[in-house]
Write a protein that binds this ligand. Structure first.
Ligand code: ACO
Ligand code: ZN
Length: 175
């Protein structure tokens, strides 16, 4: 399996011997593959420098799922946002899930679950108080996934997306 000591072989746990997948930290060489998965699976696309800055700044929480040939079939990326808290002399830190996607042929195998489990541990190391994210109100699969991870709907961001769709703003305390 992978030579990187951070790699986690998943073929045993996935129960799909014909589709073994490795989850590991993203590298600069993976970014084209990450952008390709994003392009195929989500309407929100970002320029290269955006991915690169997330990798440079919050790389420990930027993970990819790769097939046996090393092709990226899934990714997750986060950033940390600092906001002054109202009632305390403290900077409040939010771990913001920027984007997660898994290629269609690799869905429902637990890849997103593993990406979230592993990256939430990593982003927590930045000292965050809570995890936050936006998701399209129509995105039932993703909303179910986040609810499984104990996120709850905090509010609605109206016309958050370019096409006018609303977003749920979902939050989970980092405990
Ligand atoms: N319908 C309902 N629930 C689903 C579905 C589905 N089609 N797919 C996943 N889920 C939920 C279920 O609760 C599932 O648990 P279960 O299988 O025990 O029922 C749970 O998610 C975990 O499933 P995984 O197999 O780990 O998820 P998967 O690897 O298939 O990836 C993902 C889920 C990332 C949402 C995938 O469907 C995808 O890439 N969708 C397109 C991109 C996208 O919508 N990304 C999220 C945008 S919001 C953001 O990035 C902040
Ligand atoms: Zn966001």
């Amino acid at each position: 399996m992978g030579t990187d000591k951070n790699s986690k072989p998943m073929n045993d746990t996935l129960g799909m011997p014909n589709k073994p997948v490795i989850i590991r930290k993203c590298t600069e060489e993976d970014l084209d593959g990450v952008m390709q998965v994003n392009l195929n699976e989500l309407p929100e696309d970002y320029p290269y420098f955006f991915y690169k800055s997330l990798l440079d700044n919050f790389g420990d929480a930027f993970l990819v799922a790769c097939d046996q040939e090393g092709k990226v079939v899934g990714y997750i990326m986060w950033r940390v946002e600092k906001v002054p808290s109202v009632d305390e002399f403290k900077i409040y830190k939010k771990g913001h899930l920027v984007s997660i996607a898994v290629s269609k042929d690799y869905r429902r195998l637990g890849i997103a679950t593993t990406l979230l489990t592993m990256s939430m541990k990593e982003i927590k190391k930045y000292g965050i108080d809570e995890y936050v994210l936006e998701v399209r109100v129509s995105n039932t699969p993703a909303i179910s996934l986040y609810k499984k991870f104990n996120f709850s709907i905090h509010s609605i961001k109206y016309a958050y997306y370019r096409d006018g769709e609303n977003a749920y703003y979902m939050i989970r305390k980092a405990d």
